[in-house]
Design a protein around this ligand. Structure first.
Ligand SMILES: C[S@@+](CC[C@H](N)C(=O)[O-])C[C@H]1O[C@@H](n2cnc3c(N)ncnc32)[C@H](O)[C@@H]1O
Length: 252
């Protein structure tokens, strides 16, 4: 365990915790309810939904961040910790933040069996209980659609990141090709919810939420503009898997 080498940094990491439950809004309450019931099946269903591409998406993010031993990485809306542990595998110390206790519990269970250096904090992305200028990279994966405020979330990620280091969002996107688009819509609105129902009624609801949130989501190019508007430079968009996923990043 590399815990000792991070002991000083860790003690300087958190700031006065803010009581996130004190500022509930409809969206965060809905999202929390939605994800509370799904942690056990989440990793497996993400594999199905991504047709096995999710490892590649996460690898792209880890490579972009040039993550390595002694780095400190912030993983916002970490869920079951898939991204958290991907970064931890590079030897980085990773802090995962999520608003859903059940997702974090699942992520913590994995920590028991692994030697990776990770910590998890129950908090809202829009109001991080963390000191400024601490992390070598900040990430949010498959979740910018879910947060109540994208600007506040990205601004908080920027605040906690060191100067010259990346802030990144990986998320689903609407593909652009006219031929592929209808197939993709059919897949997310029909195939996935039907498949979800095989697991449980709740997973059907999650998949329908996913389809609707992708349909309403902002284009990656707009997210890039938001990043620029909050002071991130050298911003870029990398579309992957026929444009169904995009990695948007900027440098503080
Ligand atoms: C689809 S999961 C993504 C999990 C993980 N990042 C991944 O790539 O597999 C979305 C996660 O976002 C979390 N979330 C949604 N809104 C949030 C917010 N405002 N603050 C913190 N976490 C949030 C949910 O609790 C859920 O665990």
């Amino acid at each position: 365990m590399k815990t000792d080498s991070f002991a000083i940094a860790r003690s300087q990491l958190t700031r006065e915790p803010s009581d996130t439950a004190a500022e509930p809004d409809k969206k965060v309450n809905y999202v929390r309810r939605l994800f509370s019931e799904g942690p056990d099946e989440y990793d497996f269903l993400l594999k199905i939904l991504s047709l096995g591409r999710d490892n590649y998406w996460r690898r792209s993010m880890v490579q972009k961040a040039e993550s390595r031993v002694s780095n400190m990485v912030l993983d916002i809306a970490c869920g079951t910790g898939l991204v958290t542990y991907s970064f931890a595998k590079t030897g980085a110390y990773v802090v995962g933040i999520d608003v859903t206790r059940e997702m974090l519990k699942h992520a913590l269970e994995l920590r028991e069996y692994r030697i990776f250096d990770v910590d998890f904090i129950l908090a809202r992305a829009e109001n991080l209980p963390l000191q400024p200028d601490v992390f070598d990279a900040s990430t949010i994966s498959l979740a910018l659609r879910n947060v109540s405020s994208q600007v506040e979330t990205l601004s908080e990620m920027r605040r906690c990141t060191k100067k010259g280091k990346p802030v990144m969002s990986l998320d689903f996107a609407r593909p652009r090709g006219h031929l592929f688009k209808p197939f993709y819509r059919f897949y997310i609105f029909r195939v996935l919810p039907t498949f979800g129902l095989v697991i449980s009624k709740h997973w059907k609801v999650i998949f329908l939420y996913l389809a609707n949130s992708i349909e309403k989501s902002r284009d990656p190019e707009r997210i890039k503009e938001t990043m620029e508007s909050i002071g991130l430079n050298e911003s870029s968009v990398k579309r992957m898997t026929h444009g169904t996923t995009a990695l948007v990043s900027g440098i503080k």
